[in-house]
Design a protein around this ligand. Structure first.
Ligand SMILES: Cc1cc2nc3c(=O)[nH]c(=O)nc-3n(C[C@H](O)[C@H](O)[C@H](O)COP(=O)(O)OP(=O)(O)OC[C@H]3O[C@@H](n4cnc5c(N)ncnc54)[C@H](O)[C@@H]3O)c2cc1C
Length: 440
């Protein structure tokens, strides 16, 4: 089937996944990206000439099948991701590591060997997993993760050390508000699936280098065009398709994929003059922040694992996770501390956040740490949409045939993640081909 050239607005993971899938099928595709850096909310930033860090530490799981397929397709090396068996290590409090066995023994044996969990904790975890399995991973409509934890009798220890940090890491939403169904979907495809699906995959290269740059090379060899530093400011329906304000070309596009974050998609949709209701719904989506505090502690400074959990809270400290970038292909001693979702830390100034996370690390590692040689706080106020029960997530079709939506916020059974972004991009490409829906 012959498909005319397609315009993709947005060079984040969704837009590039869509472009790669179209180019793979021989379509001429042009990506318009307003920034000079590819990757959108998952990109490298140069906040300091000596330090290349990402706009936020990201983590993938083995269940992210579509992203790993695209990495292979675009020539990414497996060495770009550190594959770790599911390990939850909270210094002095918890050590839970999935065993190198097929599911469900990887988790069962891991639980048996876990340090820091009482028998009631272990039984509670099994109870939750069994209840979800029994119900086919369907939970009551409208239930929050806190409801699910309550009805399955989870212990306070398990909630604090396992469920709460896992929920904010995966859904970027506090348990009291987070959608239990989406959480159950993530557990279904990770903890309750194969040992490989529950692996943690942590990028060893920066997030622009991981997929966007190989995707750009893939497009270049398939007559794709990438226009960076080229914002599209309006979409105008015309005879034969759409004219894009900001596009230096003069031909209208029959097919346009709008692959920006929701808060940029809403005004562009409104500019068509035919999608006001959809634009207003997308504009009203609630968001949650993510803060990453980078601390360069210098040579000889390591965490016990590449990724550790931290006890967080008003007295313990703001961060939920810390990553040892030195163990992940980065400079020795560079630690990335992640504070997902909203919370009291939002009241702190940047210097206070640095002091608070440094102090939290010292207390929880049980040793004095050197003062940071360099530090950086990156606040992404609208990192992802809030993953609440019943939240509106639009489909990929708009009221205008030929104008499509792609992005992490588009309807999916997954939270707003890199995986949901690339799945929606690929789904758009397949729909443009009339190939029907892609796996959700
Ligand atoms: C700090 C942080 C931590 C995160 N951690 C994780 C994690 O651990 N695991 C995980 O899976 N996900 C994580 N996420 C979420 C993940 O980054 C997003 O789900 C994903 O990057 C969204 O991709 P996208 O392509 O849908 O949107 P975006 O990345 O927002 O891409 C949209 C692109 O469109 C461009 N654009 C906007 N307007 C225009 C215009 N008018 N013209 C042209 N271009 C335009 C933007 O510049 C951007 O490049 C995290 C996000 C953040 C911010």
């Amino acid at each position: 089937m012959s498909v005319p050239a397609v315009a993709v607005i947005g060079g984040g993971y969704a837009g590039l996944a869509c472009a790669v899938e179209l180019a793979r099928r021989g379509v001429h595709v042009t990506v318009f990206e307003r920034s000079h850096t590819l990757g959108g909310r998952a990109r490298v930033v140069h906040k300091d000439p000596h330090w290349r860090v990402d706009n936020g530490q990201h983590i993938l799981i083995g269940a992210y099948a579509e992203l790993t397929r695209l990495l292979r397709l675009t020539g990414g090396s497996p060495r770009q991701l550190e594959h770790l068996p599911l390990t939850l290590h909270v210094p002095g409090r918890l050590h839970l590591r999935a065993a190198a066995l097929p599911a469900p023994f990887h988790l069962a044996v891991g639980l048996l060997r876990a340090q820091g969990l009482s028998w009631s904790d272990r039984l509670a975890m099994l109870r939750l997993m069994r209840a979800l399995k029994r119900d086919g991973f369907r939970v009551a409509p409208g239930a929050t993760v806190a409801d699910l934890l309550r009805t399955t009798g989870q212990t306070a220890n398990l909630i604090q050390l396992v469920w709460e940090p896992l929920c904010v890491a995966a859904l970027n939403t506090p348990i009291a508000e987070a959608c239990a169904q989406v959480f159950a979907n993530v557990l279904r495809d990770s903890l309750a699936s194969s040992a490989a699906a529950s692996e943690l995959l942590i990028p060893r290269v920066d997030l622009s280098e991981l997929f966007p740059v190989p995707a750009a090379r893939f497009l270049a060899t398939r007559r794709g065009r990438l226009r960076t530093g080229n914002a599209i400011t309006a979409i105008q329906p015309v005879d034969g398709g759409f004219r894009l304000e900001g596009d230096p070309g003069s031909q209208p596009w029959q097919q346009v994929v709008l692959a920006t974050a929701p808060y940029h998609a809403a005004p562009l949709l409104a500019s068509t003059g035919a999608c006001d209701r959809l634009a207003a719904q997308i504009d009203a989506l609630p968001h949650e922040p993510i803060v990453t505090v980078y601390l360069a502690l210098g040579r000889g400074q390591h965490l016990p694992y590449a990724m550790i959990g931290l006890v967080s809270g008003s007295t313990a400290g703001p961060a939920q996770w810390a990553f040892d970038r030195g163990r992940l292909g980065g400079p020795e001693g560079l630690i990335a501390c992640v504070i997902s979702a909203s919370g009291p830390h939002e009241q702190l100034a940047r210097d206070e956040l640095i002091l608070a996370t440094h102090g939290q690390l010292e207390r929880q590692l049980g040793r004095r740490l050197p003062a940071p040689e360099w530090s950086q706080v990156i606040v992404e106020k609208r990192a992802t949409i809030a993953c609440r029960p019943g939240i509106f997530r639009p489909g990929m079709r708009t009221p205008l045939p030929g104008l499509w939506l792609a992005g992490d916020y588009v309807d999916s059974d997954y939270p707003a993640t890199l995986e949901s972004a690339v799945r929606s991009g690929v789904a758009c490409a397949q729909a443009i081909f009339g190939g029907g829906a892609v796996a959700s």
